[in-house]
Design a protein around this ligand. Structure first.
Ligand code: 7TS
Length: 439
């Protein structure tokens, strides 16, 4: 099998570390072949094989990503865009190769539209701070949805407070879908939530708690007709869906690397060039300036205007490798596998007495949240852990959504491409056992 050159770094030992045979490009999807690439799946937890169903919080990493990150430290560790020395040049080239990989992956027009951040939270704080400065005045409105992660609520609350703007919320239906029109119970008529004062629409592409895939393309088209700037929280979309920012038509798109098989502490804010040019920086410091005098500074060109300080170079290189790793597989086959796990888990869990699934939208990724009568999610999560099964319990950083569904928290299983039907069955059996103990 031919070796693929994965970055443009001049030949060095860095390439020896990273030039591994790519996984066989896999038209049929062989889950065992995929599992073999994740060292952590060999770990035992409480003496049991690890079943990892907390991928929405952070996914596990294939060996290639771990190697790419450590190869940077072992062979080319230096700061980027700073030195004339060889290591700095190589580190810079490796980082910029990752930027180009990500550009292609999300189909951005230019590499400088890809800004590196520490994760979705940082990306959305950047967006809210900078757009607030640029756009928001007293009485203006920012429209979010009732299923947002706190990272797509709190930064907008802060921005609204700073500028006297108002936060409006798209309601969520009982099935966990967005209802962008406000229904008037008395007349049965529906009113648009977009108003003349709406300046920003900020919604998640996929809900981390419900798994709902939101019709963001349609919402963006509606917003654009009205000249509204659109921000998409893609944290849960990047690992599962093909994301094409030009096709979506969004202005800004945020995601984390660590939920998409990449290293922790990595993330991206994609932005349309003309908007990024107009947006003011959100953090000041090294690298983001063109000139500094003691009176005044001017800004570097994109993307550096938004990348103050030393980035997580090793992580960014690892993220590039994670994206290339995903691209070696047929994304549709991966998605079909995860969907099969979701359907199987849904069917098996619903057969349990007193179990309710929160989030029954027609379009979902492999995320399943549930509550069980008489069982606290925390107790269930603890007992599942005793069986080596990692799920997340609690409000999943979506407290308003919990309130909407009248629950204090849920148990959530979130699947990745390396999960199996047998693992789902283990979870269902362990859940049944736990319920017997807890009721
Ligand atoms: N937006 C969504 C939709 C998310 O799911 C998350 C993290 C974030 C933003 C924040 O991402 P971060 O990488 O900056 O932390 N979601 C979760 C989760 O569901 N469980 O733990 C973290």
């Amino acid at each position: 099998m031919a070796l693929r050159i994965r970055c443009v770094v001049a030949p060095s030992r860095f390439n020896e570390f990273t030039l591994m045979k790519p996984a066989a490009v896999n038209p049929t999807f062989d889950v065992e072949e995929i599992r073999a690439q994740f060292p952590i799946l060999k770990e035992l937890v409480h003496g049991k094989p690890l079943v990892y169903f907390d991928n929405a919080a952070t996914s596990q990493k294939p060996r290639r990503v771990i190697k790419a990150e450590s190869a940077y430290y072992a062979t080319i560790n230096a700061n980027v865009h700073r030195g004339v020395h060889t290591l700095s040049t190589k580190a810079t080239e490796a980082q910029e190769a990752a930027r180009e990989t990500i550009r292609k992956h999300i189909n951005a027009r230019h590499a400088h539209e890809v800004i590196f951040t520490s994760g979705t939270t940082a990306s959305l704080n950047l967006a809210a701070f900078s757009l607030g400065q640029l756009l928001l005045n007293k009485g203006d409105e920012v429209l979010i949805s009732g299923m947002e992660h706190h990272a797509n609520i709190v930064p907008w609350q802060l921005a609204c407070e700073r500028h006297g703007a108002v936060l409006k919320v798209i309601p969520v239906t009982d099935a966990g879908e967005l209802e962008p029109q406000r229904r008037n119970d008395a007349t049965g008529s529906a009113t648009d939530l977009f108003t003349e004062r709406t300046k920003v629409l900020a919604v998640s592409h996929v809900s981390n708690t419900l798994g709902t895939i939101n019709p963001v393309k349609k919402l963006i088209a509606e917003a654009r007709k009205r000249g509204i700037i659109t921000v998409v929280d893609g944290a849960q979309a990047i690992p599962h869906l093909d994301v094409d920012v030009q096709d979506l038509g969004c202005d800004l798109y945020a995601f984390s690397g660590h939920k998409a098989y990449g290293p922790t502490g990595t993330g991206v804010l994609y932005g349309r060039e003309d908007l990024l040019e107009r947006m003011p920086p959100w953090q000041g410091g090294g690298e983001m300036i063109d000139t500094v005098t003691l009176e005044k500074s001017t800004w570097a060109k994109l993307p550096f205007k938004f990348e103050a300080g030393t980035p997580h170079i090793a992580g960014i290189i690892g993220l590039g490798e994670a994206i290339r790793w995903m691209e070696d597989y047929d994304k549709a086959a991966m998605a079909a596998h995860e969907h099969m796990l979701l359907e199987h888990a849904t069917k098996e869990l619903l057969a349990m007495d007193g179990l309710r699934i929160i989030g029954t939208a027609k379009e979902k990724v492999g995320v399943i949240s549930f509550v069980i009568d008489g069982v606290h999610h925390y107790d269930l999560g603890t007992l599942l852990d005793q069986q080596g099964i990692a799920v997340r319990t609690g409000h999943h950083c979506t407290q308003p959504l919990m309130e909407r569904f009248g629950v204090s928290g849920t148990t959530r299983a979130s699947f990745a491409c390396f999960n199996t039907v047998d693992e789902v069955d283990l979870m269902v059996t362990a859940t049944r056992k736990a319920v017997k103990m807890l009721r």
